[in-house]
Design a protein around this ligand. Structure first.
Ligand SMILES: *[C@@H]1O[C@H](CO)[C@@H](O)[C@H](O)[C@H]1NC(C)=O
Ligand SMILES: *[C@@H]1O[C@H](CO)[C@@H](O)[C@H](O)[C@H]1NC(C)=O
Ligand SMILES: *[C@@H]1O[C@H](CO)[C@@H](O)[C@H](O)[C@H]1NC(C)=O
Ligand SMILES: *[C@@H]1O[C@H](CO)[C@@H](O)[C@H](O)[C@H]1NC(C)=O
Ligand SMILES: *[C@@H]1O[C@H](CO)[C@@H](O)[C@H](O)[C@H]1NC(C)=O
Ligand SMILES: *[C@@H]1O[C@H](CO)[C@@H](O)[C@H](O)[C@H]1NC(C)=O
Ligand SMILES: *[C@@H]1O[C@H](CO)[C@@H](O)[C@H](O)[C@H]1NC(C)=O
Ligand SMILES: *[C@@H]1O[C@H](CO)[C@@H](O)[C@H](O)[C@H]1NC(C)=O
Ligand SMILES: *[C@@H]1O[C@H](CO)[C@@H](O)[C@H](O)[C@H]1NC(C)=O
Length: 673
């Protein structure tokens, strides 16, 4: 969502905030683990089920090994300062504890609130918040004694926000930058022959302090209406696995509706060695096909008449990939995404049929885990609710999720648009929480954005559910001078993944790149229409790109305090909601009305897909299908099912008919308010 301009000051006296902070985070050491779940501003029904062995699932189904060990659990933790990176706390006990993999700011992490930060560091009045810039983590681990001693031991991190340095038994094992990406390292040479090994992790996460400008999406130290609590540190599973020295280090698979499979395998040694892939249905061990090739170059094979993947029928096939003595499991879905002209209008085509993707804007925030759902069950709950309402898609908004999220969408059947996490885009300042928007600071910031965009594509292009990539959201971090970065990066993304569509800019500064002509407009849609409101480019329908409503809806409904993020700052921003409806019935009535306009636009104009804001409430935003705690479902299923059926039927009527319908009807159309 776009942040609005001049906003009245809502800064609070720091004493009020200090009092409220201690109300949320009253720490008691309950037992020897030193871990105590904190009482945050809001919880969910899953919060109390997390325990101290969180996220026990194998974390990476797209490249799974059987010999693995989960390192999640209670680790030691300590806030730190910049220079300390030079002297890691080897053999020293840290003062706090933390539940890995929940980020430091989350109630589930169990860490206590940190002290306030000087105003000068924040460029906004220091309010007492729980956040961290420099942190130490420490734990010990043993390598399972039954692991093949001739194999290597790899240490993997699902994601750590933002920069990480890792020591194993006092040796600097690796460094990584980027808050959303998986990384791993061979730690065999650092391990002790017997006994526990010490693992120390240093994290630096500037978020939006000073003039730092990093990919961070919606995270901000100055939360307001549409920017939320940041996430720092480890926020996805940490695990060990056993694999040979010459191991599968990267696996790219794509499969289409004709049964064609492309496979690229990279191995640790970068040599050319034989690779074998066998394919079987998810529920059967009967081998459907075998592909053979070598590592380092793409090879192809065909599976005869596969059952295709679609959101309605999400058929998946399991793959077993062998490279020397390394054997991994993976999976794929056979489907083809294209654009194609149907009766004169450019449409999304899935497996040869026109499709109207209708989804929600999905922020992926949780009141208890912030960036990480409390459990896998909780994560799948959101997807189930969206499907029950009638959606076939979601737009993962300026955040990348753990691999198990994509696995859930692949398995349950939901199309995904995947956004690149945007660069920090504003300098918050007192009296104007939205602050001034800032351009990309320098070439180094841009180069790092480009580098991380490539990682996004590389680490996510195996998932059948993803059908489109977003490079820029609403101009955030998008350079405003030619040569246009959105045009250049569209070519980069296309070369990394020619099998999907590209939404180069969703909202605002459009330079004609990519496959979408994507407009944001609240609350009413203006989807593929010949009318657009001011400040909401593009103005001219582009018949050579797909007309798309990247965001609309967003009407809100306030609820009682026990379902709200009970933090005074976001609470005071609820009044920035585009529209507040008196009760849930009114909210549904308004949704019905807004959807009727969308349906009308599908009927009359070149509207080929749309994104409703949004899946859940988030902090000061109260416009979700569900409240932030997922305890109230606002959407009345019967009404939404009917409206979405009507939407899809209208689209089918358009795409199955011969006659051209691009002309506005003589009886006119709904005007703008
Ligand atoms: C320690 O406390 C945590 C949080 O209450 C609980 O989940 C865990 O089971 C306790 N551990 C032991 C060993 O009692
Ligand atoms: C840390 O402790 C281990 C095990 O006692 C010992 O081998 C190692 O030398 C110690 N490291 C340092 C830097 O003191
Ligand atoms: C963390 O520790 C450093 C160094 O002691 C201190 O300057 C800083 O204020 C602390 N940060 C927080 C958020 O408590
Ligand atoms: C750790 O090693 C990495 C190279 O992998 C290096 O870039 C980094 O500066 C080292 N960090 C420290 C604190 O020694
Ligand atoms: C496989 O690669 C070929 C050559 O690059 C490409 O034309 C084809 O579309 C790819 N197929 C799939 C399913 O990715
Ligand atoms: C393998 O190739 C990758 C990508 O080119 C490179 O980063 C890596 O260092 C290479 N590894 C070895 C062992 O040569
Ligand atoms: C297919 O893979 C899934 C994990 O992704 C596993 O649960 C299932 O058992 C596998 N099916 C077969 C037949 O091996
Ligand atoms: C929103 O509420 C805050 C806090 O009560 C108030 O300061 C501000 O003026 C209100 N803004 C609007 C647009 O009503
Ligand atoms: C929303 O409800 C909360 C709690 O009931 C209340 O504190 C807040 O002022 C309300 N905000 C608006 C804009 O209605």
């Amino acid at each position: 969502m776009r942040f609005v301009g001049a906003v009245t000051s809502v800064l609070l006296a720091s004493t009020a905030c200090a009092a409220s902070t201690s109300r949320y985070f009253n720490r008691q050491f309950s037992n020897s683990t030193g871990y105590q779940l904190q009482k945050g501003p809001l919880d969910t029904d899953w919060t109390s089920k997390v325990g101290t062995n969180p996220w026990p699932e194998y974390p990476r189904p797209r490249l799974a090994r059987s010999n693995w060990k989960n390192l999640n659990g209670v680790w030691q933790y300590q806030n730190a300062s910049a220079g300390e990176v030079a002297s890691p706390p080897i053999n020293r006990t840290l003062s706090e504890s933390i539940l890995v993999p929940f980020c430091i700011e989350s109630a589930l992490s169990g860490t206590v609130p940190l002290s306030p930060v000087p105003v000068s560091k924040l460029t906004i009045s220091g309010i007492m918040r729980k956040w961290a810039i420099y942190s130490w983590y420490r734990t010990t681990f043993e390598v399972p004694s039954d692991w093949d001693a001739s194999n290597r031991v790899y240490l993997n991190f699902g994601a750590v926000d933002y920069e990480t340095t890792v020591w194993v038994n006092g040796k600097n094992a690796t460094y990584h930058r980027g808050g959303y990406w998986e990384f791993g390292v061979d730690v065999t040479d650092y391990l002790h022959a017997n006994g526990p090994n010490e693992l120390i992790v240093w994290v630096y996460d500037p978020t939006d302090t000073g003039d730092n400008q990093i990919p961070l999406g919606k995270q901000s130290l100055a939360q307001d209406h549409i920017f939320y609590t940041p996430c720092s540190g480890i926020w996805q599973t940490v695990w060990l696995e056993s694999a040979p020295a010459d191991y599968i280090s990267q696996l790219d698979i794509s499969a289409d509706m004709n049964g064609k499979v492309n496979v690229t395998v990279l191995n640790g040694g970068n040599s050319s060695v034989p690779v074998e892939v066998t394919v079987h249905k998810k529920d059967s061990t009967d081998v459907k096909a075998t592909g053979k090739g070598t590592s380092g170059s793409t090879f192809q094979f065909t599976v005869d008449s596969p059952d295709l993947w679609s959101p309605d029928d999400p058929n998946l096939y399991n793959l077993t990939i062998k490279l020397g003595s390394d054997i991994v499991q993976s999976y794929t879905g056979f489907r083809t995404i294209e654009k194609g002209r149907v009766d004169g209008v450019l449409r999304f085509i899935l497996n040869g049929e026109p499709i109207f993707p209708f989804g929600t804007l999905d922020q992926g925030f949780w009141p208890d885990g912030i960036y990480l759902a409390p459990t896998y069950e909780a994560l799948t709950y959101d997807i189930k609710i969206l499907k029950d309402i009638g959606y076939n898609m979601l737009r993962k908004h300026i955040k990348a999720e753990p691999p198990l999220f994509y696995y859930a969408a692949d398995t349950m059947g939901l199309l995904l648009i995947q956004d690149m996490p945007s660069l920090r885009t504003r300098v918050p300042k007192p009296g104007d929480t939205c602050g001034d928007t800032i351009p990309v600071r320098d070439a180094a910031v841009q180069a790092e954005f480009d580098r991380q965009l490539e990682i996004l594509i590389q680490q996510h292009r195996n998932y059948p559910s993803i059908f489109a990539w977003v490079i820029y959201n609403e101009g955030w971090g998008q350079p405003d001078q030619p040569p246009w970065a959105d045009v250049r990066l569209t070519d980069v993304v296309r070369s990394l993944d020619p099998t999907r569509l590209i939404d180069s800019v969703t909202g605002w500064y459009d330079h004609g790149a990519g496959d979408f002509q994507d407009n944001h407009h609240y609350a009413q849609p203006q989807c593929g229409t010949p009318f657009y409101s001011i400040n909401s480019s593009p103005f001219n329908p582009d018949e050579d790109r797909i007309g798309f409503q990247g965001e609309f809806g967003g009407n809100g409904n306030n609820v009682s305090i026990d379902h709200l993020w009970n933090d005074p700052w976001p609470l005071d921003h609820i009044n920035q909601t585009y529209e507040l409806d008196k009760d849930i019935e009114t909210w549904n009535y308004r949704a019905h009305y807004i959807l009727s306009e969308l349906i009308d636009q599908v009927d009359r104009f070149a509207c080929s897909g749309a994104v409703w804001t949004q899946t859940t409430d988030v902090e000061g935003e109260v416009n979700g299908m569900m409240t932030y705690d997922r305890r109230i479902i606002r959407a009345q299923y019967d009404q939404w099912n009917d409206d979405i059926d009507k939407l899809q039927d209208t689209f089918k009527g358009r795409t199955e008919k011969e006659s051209s319908r691009m002309m506005p009807r003589a009886d006119g159309w709904m005007g703008m308010e």
